[in-house]
Write a new protein. Structure first.
Length: 331
């Protein structure tokens, strides 16, 4: 129960703290998207590939496994297991023996498909090295009996399960490209905050941010470069806000931020600083500056979510229609 609270806090701290946790796991960990491309992994997974091997994100899982699994039929079997787990809609576990550096390595591989609103968005895989156990135990029954008696191992398994659940929870609530909260999660927070501040004096503002002329960037340089620009701007926005604030990728090239416990002047200063930081950033991929337009609405008693968004949206478009690259506070 205590460990569960710790994991929850780590998820709330964000991707850096969570990355430190998974990188210290003894089990290898890999996430692929719905196109079988690598999204994330930990240090232990690199170890399963052997010395001198590296891995790049967005690489197809087939190319990754070919570094260690030299038999094509083994790779095809592995992909078949992934497809079975996806079709089943549930976790699938199987055991695999691979040859690494002239030695047989035994792995228990767990495949868990991830869904968002019934849509398959990716798959999380865990590789547990059981070589030492296989070599030391004469039968699988002896191995299982030892695990049941080994309290420390059982505790570790429970902790690993909590970490896995935390990773899955994070995937469900964040945007894969920017690692910000996604649209659905942002609205959940907005509804909760509006309910909490009804009878308090807590200040709250909503800011909507749009990248100026982003369509031209995509049309001129391609969507892959557009994604790089989106990620970099998202990173700058996250650096500027405080731990009390809630930034999200609202959709396309638009971001949204809930500012908590700040005056409108304080929020305006943060928004302006963010705008200037984005403008000063060097975008080598396009060799030109990128700017953003920001609209802010200060919460007043009686404001609904719809009113906040309407006022913030109008303020943002006022900023765009007034020359872009500026911050406007709603009337």
């Amino acid at each position: 129960m205590v460990f569960k609270k710790i994991i929850t806090k780590l998820v709330d701290l964000g991707p850096i703290a969570l990355k430190q946790v998974v990188d210290h796991m003894t089990d290898a960990f890999l996430i692929i998207d719905d196109k079988y491309r690598v999204v994330d992994y930990n240090k232990a997974f690199i170890g399963t590939l052997g010395k001198g091997h590296t891995i790049e994100r967005n690489t197809n899982i087939t190319d990754v496994l070919s570094k260690t699994w030299h038999k094509r039929k083994d790779i095809d079997m592995f992909k078949d297991y992934i497809d079975r787990a996806i079709n089943k809609g549930d976790t699938l576990v199987f055991r695999k023996c691979i040859e690494k550096e002239n030695k047989n390595i035994y792995l228990d591989i767990e495949i868990t498909p991830i869904y968002s609103n019934t849509k398959h968005i990716g798959t999380i895989l865990f590789f547990k090295d059981i070589t030492a156990h296989i070599e030391n135990m004469q039968t699988i029954r002896d191995y299982q009996a030892l695990l049941e008696k080994n309290l420390e191992q059982i505790t570790q398994d429970k902790q690993d399960l909590l970490v896995r659940n935390a990773i899955i929870e994070k995937m469900m609530h964040t945007d894969a490209l920017t690692d910000m909260y996604n649209h659905r999660t942002f609205h959940e927070y907005m509804d909760m905050i509006l309910e909490q501040i009804k009878n308090t004096n807590i200040n709250m503002q909503l800011a909507l941010i749009d990248i100026d002329d982003f369509k031209k960037i995509n049309d001129t340089f391609g969507h892959s470069v557009g994604d790089i620009v989106l990620k970099r701007i998202a990173s700058k926005i996250k650096e500027m806000v405080t731990v009390n604030d809630i930034p999200a990728r609202y959709g396309g090239e638009e971001f949204a931020i809930i500012f908590i416990s700040k005056t409108i002047d304080e929020t305006y200063k943060i928004a302006e600083l963010s705008r200037k930081v984005v403008q000063r950033e060097k975008y080598r991929e396009i060799d030109r500056p990128v700017t953003i337009s920001i609209g802010i609405c200060d919460y007043k008693p009686g404001y609904t979510k719809e009113i906040l968004f309407d006022k913030a949206d109008k303020a943002m478009y006022k900023a765009k229609n007034s020359g872009k690259n500026q911050t406007v506070i709603a009337d």
